[in-house]
Design a protein. Structure first.
Length: 511
């Protein structure tokens, strides 16, 4: 009788174990839950819906549903265990030939994740279930680079270690910034320009099928996340406190399940009391790392609510200008070039009708400016901030030849960026600036424009600089010094003043 009972229980356990195995194979989230006791044997597993959200998006990259994924998640929310420890052994169950490359800001962090992932693969739990599928090789099995019998690989490196000479199928960048140095412009430039652009992005074997993943928390308005979003990374945004104005939805059909403002991401991991304490001790760090919003509201120069979005420009616009803020280094460097087309109505209202922006070479800037001029037409004046010295003058002269037939000139900058943006702030706060969005693509550009305004002057500045320049051209200095003639609004006094200044420049006296 007892033996029969034991046999029945063993059979039941085997059936349950088989079911658990199949669930782990089918779902990364189930795999993480089951593997937890192997990875963290002395720490209880704390579940949360956010783990499923993270895993579902990681699965989408492995399946090819997503090609580029940015995970913005607060600290201590299991994101690295999901992506940097469990993803490789889970993916190898069905696709053991996949080659992964991981990187972090520090080599020891990347290696620590690699070692933990290898321990999981070599554990009895994993080997009993999937050990027959592949084995780790003995001739290439070190902490930072190991392979399996199907030539699948997991390579670990760091921002400083580089990745040249190696290729893979899936790139995973986990914590690219050392938050201790996040306010160093040189450090941010190094992560974005030296590492990501030159050594990381192109480390894939097949551009058509490769996947790229970045997991991080925000630290600065101009950190790598801003650049990755700018080049089209799908973003899974998970702030600690829910904000309906920043509610996340993604292209695979996922949306944040929270509906009440301030609802916590996972109170079992980061409680309401801990949230209050963190906000009290380090409000800026909390806003960046936990809310994924690296500029606190009290530090902003502009507010979104000041701007009205309209479907078309008003019919009573009396003057148009497109102002260009051109990046000063070859290829745009870390900055972008932006051109804002703005109009002023007869009643003194302003409307932003178009924003063109990008990181271009000098030749690329010329092409973009010429194309915008052709689309805008001769009735839109073109102004560009002129860099100081003979080199700045040479650029303006060359651009004038390029834009022959258009009302173009360069304008030396006066004052710092914040000072130049104050008139734009005043008009916006008074509700005098509208933004045109005629379709979904323009609505997205408007959103990006407002995002930059909200973080000014701490984040990217090119769109704000261009908008401020355009508004300044259309207000105090436009009718004389900057040479803008209002289409139907030029009055006799204004024209007489322009004539007098022109005569003075030529040395002509009298009538």
């Amino acid at each position: 009788m007892i033996e029969d009972r034991k046999t029945a229980l063993i059979a039941q356990l085997e059936a349950l174990d088989e079911k658990l195995t199949r669930e782990a194979e089918a779902s990364l989230e189930a795999f993480v839950r089951q593997a937890w006791s192997v990875i963290e044997p002395h720490t209880p597993f704390v579940d949360g819906w956010h783990i499923g959200a993270i895993c579902r998006h990681l699965e989408a990259v492995i399946a090819g549903e997503l090609r580029q994924l940015l995970l913005l998640v607060p600290p201590r929310m299991t994101k690295s265990i999901c992506a940097s420890i469990c993803l490789t052994p889970w993916a190898w169950i069905k696709r053991p030939g996949l080659r992964f490359m991981f990187a972090s800001y520090a080599a020891n962090l990347a290696v620590e994740h690699a070692v933990t992932s290898r321990r999981l693969i070599e554990s009895a739990w994993y080997q009993d279930r999937w050990g027959a599928n592949h084995t780790l090789t003995t001739d290439q099995n070190i902490k930072s680079h190991y392979e399996n019998s199907h030539r699948g690989a997991r390579i670990a490196t760091s921002i400083e270690g580089g990745a040249t000479g190696r290729g893979c199928d899936i790139l995973v960048l986990d914590d690219p910034h050392n938050l201790r140095n996040i306010y160093s412009e040189a450090e941010r430039y190094n992560v974005r320009e030296t590492f990501y652009k030159r050594a990381w992005h192109n480390r894939v074997n097949n551009e058509e099928t490769a996947g790229r993943i970045c997991i991080m928390q925000r630290g600065h308005p101009d950190d790598l996340a801003t650049f990755l979003q700018d080049i089209g990374y799908e973003t899974l945004l998970l702030p600690n406190e829910y904000d309906p104005q920043r509610s996340a939805t993604t292209s695979i059909g996922w949306c944040d399940p929270r509906r009440e403002r301030g609802a916590l991401l996972c109170p079992e991991r980061f409680s309401a009391e801990a949230t209050v304490q963190m906000k009290r001790v380090a409000p800026s760090d909390y806003q960046a790392q936990y809310q994924q919003d690296p500029m606190p509201a009290e530090g902003r120069m502009f507010q979104r609510s000041w701007f009205r979005i309209v479907g078309a420009a008003p019919v009573d616009v009396v003057a148009w200008v497109r102002f260009w803020d051109v990046a000063g280094t070859e290829g745009g460097g870390g900055a972008r070039t932006a051109g804002v087309k703005m109009g002023r109505t007869a009643g003194g209202h302003f409307v932003v009708a178009d924003v063109t922006k990008g990181r271009w070479t000098e030749q690329g800037v010329d092409r973009q400016m010429a194309q915008a001029a052709a689309l805008d037409g001769a009735g839109v004046a073109i102004r560009e901030e002129q860099e100081p010295g003979s080199s700045g003058l040479a650029v303006i002269r060359a651009r004038a030849r390029l834009l022959a037939g258009h009302d173009y000139r360069g304008l030396p900058a006066s004052g710092d960026k914040v000072t130049r943006a104050r008139p734009l702030r005043s008009q916006a706060e008074a509700g005098n600036v509208d933004l045109v969005a005629r379709d979904a693509a323009e609505a997205e550009r408007v959103r990006e424009f407002l995002d930059e305004l909200e973080t000014f002057p701490f984040g990217l500045k090119d769109q704000v600089d261009a908008a401020a320049g355009a508004l300044n051209c259309l207000t105090l200095a436009d009718r004389g010094e900057l040479g803008l003639l209002f289409a139907d609004g030029a009055d006799v006094e204004d024209l007489a003043g322009r004539v007098a200044r022109a005569k003075a420049d030529l040395g002509i006296t009298g009538e």
